[in-house]
Design a binder for this molecule. Structure first.
Ligand code: BGC
Length: 902
C-alpha cells in the first residue's frame, strides 16, 4: 500500500495553464498523506505531448531522491510553441513504498518567439479621439473540423473578445495592467468550442482602462498612449496538424457601439439604442456604417504572456436593505463593502434612463456619501431601447462600494433589480479564521474583503477614489496577512515584475507600481505619481520577494529579483551619514560621491495617531531589514561571500542604531526629534536591532507607552504589522488581546462598532457626531491596518512556519482575552494546515491537521507535562522554547491533543 499520493498538480502556479513561455514551466504538487507521518522520499515526473503516450516523453526526471515538491523547473527537450503537454508523477514514501502514476495533468505552450506576433497587426478605430468604445469585427470561413482553436490577444487599452456571439472568456479587464511602456501582457484562450464549421465571426471591443483613461487625483489621461489598439491571433489547428491563422489586420472593420463612455474611475454609460446586434455573429447586416480599421505593424514591443491570475467575477451580493430616499431615488445596501459593479435586471419601458451611483458609506441623513471618492464620478448609466426585460453589467469599469443609489426607475423597483458582483484578481482562497469572539471573526472578514477588493492586477491602496494605485508600502505591510488568506504566489509573481520595472537603475524604488507614464508627443514621461519612496515603501523591493520565498519556497523569485533587492540596499548604502550606518535622509547625508538624485519620499509612520516616529529611526531600521533580506537571499542562492558581507553590514547597522538611538535607560529616541513612539520600539524589536539584554527595557517602555495611551495603539502603517507579533513574542499576550478587543478609538473594534464591513484607511474614518471624516483621504477599504490578521493566524490560532514553504510548521496557540475557542485553516503550498483549540475550564483541547511531507512542532500551553495526551493516551513532551508551553513533534496527520491549561 502506498503511503502517499500526488494531488493538486500545478504548473506555473496554475491548473492546466495555456500559453506558457519557456522558463515558466515549473511543476508543484501536494503530497496526500494516506497514513500518519507520510513523507516523500523520491519522485519521478514525466512530460509528454498531450496527444502521444508517455513512451514518447520529452522529459523523464527518472527516480529522483528527495522531498522536493515545489517549483520544479522543466529540464527536458525543447518544448514546442503552441503544443499541448501532459505530465504525470509517481512518488515514493518514507519507507520506499511506491505510488501509482497519477492521472495526467496538462499545460500548453504559447508563443515562444515574439516575432510570431508580426503575423498580426495592431488595429484601431480611424478616429483616435473617439469617446465611445470602438468595436471591431471580421468574418472568416472554416472548412472541416478544428481540433484546437486558441486565441492569443493583447491590447493597448482594455479589451473583450467575442466569437460567434459568445464571450471568449469570463476574464475581465484584459490584458491587465503593467507599465505598458516596458511590457504588454498577452493572454491565451482555448476557443475550440466557439469555432464552427462554415461561417464564423470574431469581434472585440476596446476601452481606455489604465492605458489611456483618467488615472489618479491628477486627472492624467493618456498615461501610456493616446491610441487604443487591439492585437490578436486566432490559431486554428486541424486533425492533420495543419494550422490557419485569423489575425487582426486591415480586413477588420470598426464602428462605435453602445458604450458611450467607459472609465475606471467615472463609470460606464450604455445606450442600448446603439447596440450592434449580431456584431460578433456571421452575417451581421446593419444600416449603420462600419469603417475600415487603421492597421499598424507590430514593432519591437515586448509582448509577454501575463504571469499573474485573471481578474474575474467571483461573488454576488443581494441587497440586504433598500429605501426610497426621495421621490424616484432608491438606495440599496448590499451589506458588504467590495469592489466591482452591479448587474441590473429590470423590466423597463424603452427610453428609460437608469442612473446608478456608488458609495461606501452613508451620510448621517442616509444619503450616499461620495465626497471621499474625490473626483471619481463612480456613476453607471443605462439607457433602454425597447420595452422589456434587460440584464446589463458594465464591461470596463469598477467601483468600491456597499451602497447603490438608483434613480430613473419608473415606479418602485423590485427587490432584485440589482445584484452586487465582486470583481478582482482570482487568488484562490487559502485561509479561514474561527473564534469564540464574533468581533474577531468580523475583523478577519473585514480584512479579507478589503484585500480582495484591492488585489486587482496590482495590490492597490483602495478601490473607490481617484487613486487605486499599487502603493508599495501598503503592499509590503500587508503581504504576510494576504498570504494567510489567499494564495497570492502568482499574483505577486506578476507584481514583483511590475515593481522591478518601476525601479530606477540606481536602485531607488517607486512609490507605486506599475508606475504611470504619460505620452508627450512620442516621448513617454514618467508621471509624478511615479516618484520614488524609501523606508517601508521602497523596501517592498526586498521584503516582498523574501516573504514570497519564505511562504511559497520559490527560490526563483529571489533569483529573479536579487538584482532589484541589492540595488535598493546599495542606494541605502550611498545615503548613510558619513562614517556611520545611520540614515538621516537629505540634505543631512548628501551622497558622498556627489551624485545628485531626486530625493525619495519618506512617508514616515503614515497615519499614526499623533505619534510620529523620528525619520532616521525608520530609515535606519528599514535599511537593516533590507540588508537582512538580501542576506537571506544571498544565502539561499548559494552566494556565501555576499551573504557574509550583508551579515556584517547588518551587525554594523545594529551597532550604530543602538549607539545613536538607545538611551541609557533603554528608550528608543530619535535625534532630529527627541521623541519616542510605539513604532520606534516595534521596529527595534521586530527587526532584532537590539542585543538580547537590551530588549526587556525596550519592551517595558513600549508597554508603558501603550498604557500611557490608556491601552491604545498609536501606530501607523509602518509599525502596526509588528505590534501584536512583538508584544506576544515578549510575553505580552494578554495585552495583545486587550488591544485587539478594544472598542473605542483608535481600535479595530471602534470600526466594527461603527458598522465597518472592511478595514478603514484611518482609525477615525467615521465620527459618531460628525459622520465621515476628512474627505480628502478617507477610504473605507485600505488593508494596511488589517495586517493584524497575520497574528490571528500565527498566534491566536497558532499556525506559523519554521522553515520555508511550511516544510516545518509550528502550532503554538496563544490563549487569552477570555476566548474559549479559536482556530484557523490555512492551505499552504503543501496542503491544508488546521489548528483549532478549545478551553473548557482548565482543559485545553487542540485539534491539528498537518499536510503530507511536512512536520510540525506542537506547543501546548501547559507546564504540567504529565497532563498532555494525544488522542487519550499520555505522550512525552519536551520543554518548549516558549515559557509556559510543552512541545512535541509530529508528522503528517490529524491529531487531538489535550492538556491542563496553565
Ligand atoms: C495612499 C496610501 C499610500 C500613501 C502614501 C495614499 O494616498 O492611499 O495608502 O501608502 O498615500 O503615503
Amino acid at each position: 500500500m502506498p503511503s502517499i499520493a500526488p494531488v493538486k498538480l500545478r504548473c506555473a502556479h496554475q491548473y492546466a495553464p495555456l500559453g506558457l513561455e519557456n522558463g515558466q514551466v515549473a511543476f508543484s504538487w501536494q503530497v496526500q498523506a494516506l497514513s500518519r507521518n507520510a513523507a516523500q522520499s523520491a519522485w519521478q515526473l514525466q512530460v509528454a505531448p498531450a496527444n502521444a503516450s508517455f513512451d514518447a516523453c520529452v522529459w523523464d526526471s527518472g527516480k529522483t531522491t528527495g522531498a522536493d515538491q515545489l517549483h520544479i523547473q522543466y529540464a527536458g527537450e525543447a518544448l514546442e510553441a503552441h503544443q499541448h503537454y501532459q505530465w504525470r508523477l509517481k512518488l515514493w514514501g518514507a519507507d520506499g513504498d511506491e505510488s501509482d502514476w497519477c492521472e495526467p495533468a496538462y499545460f500548453a505552450m504559447g508563443i515562444l518567439d515574439r516575432a510570431e506576433w508580426k503575423r498580426a497587426k495592431w488595429i484601431r478605430h480611424f478616429q483616435g479621439s473617439l469617446r465611445a468604445c470602438p468595436h471591431f469585427r471580421r468574418e472568416f470561413a472554416v472548412e472541416g473540423e478544428i481540433v484546437d482553436a486558441r486565441l492569443y490577444a493583447t491590447a493597448k487599452g482594455l479589451v473583450e473578445f467575442e466569437i460567434n456571439g459568445q464571450n471568449v472568456t469570463g476574464n475581465k479587464f484584459l490584458p491587465g495592467w503593467t507599465d505598458y511602456s516596458i511590457r504588454l501582457p498577452s493572454h491565451c484562450f482555448d476557443v475550440t468550442a466557439l469555432v464552427q464549421n462554415g461561417d464564423n465571426a470574431i469581434a472585440c471591443t476596446l476601452a481606455e482602462g489604465w492605458y489611456r483613461g483618467e488615472m489618479t487625483w491628477e486627472h492624467r489621461r493618456t498615461n501610456w498612449g493616446a491610441e487604443l489598439e487591439a492585437l490578436a491571433m486566432l490559431r486554428l489547428e486541424r486533425a492533420d496538424g495543419s494550422v490557419e491563422w485569423v489575425c487582426t489586420d486591415e480586413s477588420w472593420v470598426s464602428a462605435p457601439g453602445p458604450i458611450l463612455a467607459a472609465s475606471m474611475l467615472n463609470g460606464e454609460t450604455y445606450d442600448a439604442n446603439l447596440q450592434l446586434k449580431g456584431w460578433s455573429q456571421p452575417g451581421f447586416q446593419t444600416i449603420k456604417r462600419t469603417y475600415p480599421v487603421r492597421a499598424k505593424d507590430v514593432a519591437d514591443e515586448l509582448i509577454e504572456h501575463h504571469r499573474g491570475v485573471p481578474v474575474t467575477e467571483q461573488y454576488e451580493f443581494q441587497p440586504v436593505k433598500r429605501w426610497q430616499q426621495s421621490p424616484g431615488k432608491w438606495i440599496f445596501d448590499l451589506g458588504q463593502n467590495f469592489s466591482g459593479y452591479v448587474r441590473l435586471k429590470a423590466d423597463i419601458p424603452g427610453g428609460t434612463v437608469i442612473r446608478l451611483r456608488f458609495a461606501e458609506v452613508l451620510t448621517p441623513d442616509k444619503e450616499i456619501y461620495v465626497d471621499n471618492l474625490r473626483t471619481a464620478l463612480a456613476t453607471d448609466t443605462y439607457i433602454a431601447a425597447d420595452d422589456g426585460e434587460v440584464t446589463w453589467t458594465p464591461k470596463f469599469t469598477f467601483h468600491g462600494f456597499q451602497y447603490v443609489e438608483l434613480s430613473g426607475f419608473p415606479g418602485e423597483p423590485p427587490e432584485d433589480v440589482i445584484t452586487g458582483v465582486f470583481v478582482g484578481s482570482f487568488c484562490p482562497e487559502a485561509g479561514k479564521l474561527r473564534c469564540s469572539n464574533p468581533m474577531l471573526e468580523k475583523l478577519a472578514s473585514n480584512a479579507v474583503w478589503t484585500q480582495r477588493s484591492n488585489y486587482l492586477e496590482a495590490p492597490t491602496d483602495c478601490p473607490q477614489r481617484d487613486e487605486r494605485l499599487g502603493w508599495t508600502g501598503d503592499a509590503q505591510a500587508y503581504l504576510r496577512t494576504a498570504i494567510a488568506f489567499h494564495d497570492v504566489a502568482a499574483f505577486f509573481d506578476k507584481w514583483l515584475q511590475d515593481l522591478e520595472d518601476a525601479c530606477e537603475p540606481d536602485g531607488r524604488a517607486p512609490m507605486v507600481a506599475p508606475t504611470g507614464c504619460r505620452a508627450e508627443g512620442k516621448k513617454l514621461i514618467p508621471s509624478p505619481n511615479g516618484g520614488t519612496a524609501e523606508a517601508a515603501w521602497g523596501d517592498a523591493t526586498t521584503i516582498c520577494p523574501t516573504t514570497i520565498y519564505k511562504c511559497y519556497g520559490d527560490q526563483r523569485v529571489l533569483e529573479k529579483h536579487y538584482g532589484m533587492m541589492t540595488r535598493y540596499v546599495d542606494f541605502y548604502r550611498r545615503t548613510t551619514a558619513p562614517g556611520t550606518k545611520i540614515r538621516y535622509g537629505y540634505p543631512l547625508d548628501k551622497l558622498p560621491n556627489g551624485e545628485t538624485v531626486d530625493t525619495p519620499t519618506l512617508f514616515g509612520d503614515w497615519l499614526n495617531v499623533n505619534s510620529d516616529t523620528a525619520g532616521e529611526i525608520i530609515r535606519t531600521a528599514f535599511y537593516a531589514e533590507s540588508v537582512r533580506c538580501c542576506c537571506i537571499a544571498a544565502y539561499v542562492l548559494g552566494k556565501a561571500e555576499e551573504a557574509e558581507t550583508f551579515s556584517k553590514e547588518w551587525e554594523a547597522i545594529r551597532a550604530d542604531f543602538q549607539r545613536e538611538f538607545r538611551t541609557t535607560d533603554g528608550r528608543i529616541i530619535g535625534r532630529s526629534k527627541a521623541i519616542e513612539s510605539q513604532t520606534g520600539y516595534l521596529l527595534a524589536l521586530q527587526f532584532d536591532l537590539l542585543e538580547e539584554d537590551q530588549r526587556p527595557a525596550a519592551v517595558k517602555h513600549l508597554v508603558a507607552n501603550i498604557r500611557a495611551h490608556d491601552t491604545h495603539l498609536t501606530t501607523g502603517f509602518v509599525g502596526l504589522p509588528y505590534l501584536l507579533p512583538v508584544l506576544s513574542r515578549f510575553g505580552q499576550t494578554e495585552l495583545c488581546y486587550e488591544l485587539l478587543l478594544k472598542q473605542d478609538y483608535p481600535s479595530w473594534g471602534y470600526e466594527i462598532a461603527h458598522g465597518a464591513t472592511s478595514i478603514w484607511e484611518r482609525w477615525n474614518g467615521y465620527h459618531d457626531k460628525d459622520g465621515p471624516g476628512d474627505p480628502n483621504m478617507n477610504s473605507y477599504a485600505h488593508y494596511a491596518y488589517g495586517a493584524v490578521c497575520e497574528w490571528l493566524f500565527s498566534d491566536m490560532a497558532g499556525i506559523d512556519l519554521l522553515e520555508p514553504a511550511f516544510a516545518k510548521i509550528r502550532i503554538r496557540p496563544r490563549v487569552g482575552g477570555g476566548l474559549t475557542s479559536a482556530g484557523a485553516t490555512h492551505e499552504c503550498v503543501r496542503g491544508v494546515i488546521r489548528s483549532d483549540w478549545q478551553l473548557d475550564g482548565d482543559t485545553f483541547t487542540l485539534e491539528v491537521e498537518i499536510p503530507g511531507n511536512a512536520t510540525a512542532e506542537i506547543h501546548l500551553p501547559t507546564t504540567d507535562a504529565s497532563s498532555v495526551t494525544k488522542g487519550d493516551t499520555a505522550v512525552p513532551t519536551t520543554e518548549s522554547d516558549e515559557p509556559g508551553y510543552r512541545m512535541l513533534t509530529v508528522g503528517a496527520g490529524s491529531y487531538v491533543f489535550q492538556c491542563q491549561f496553565g
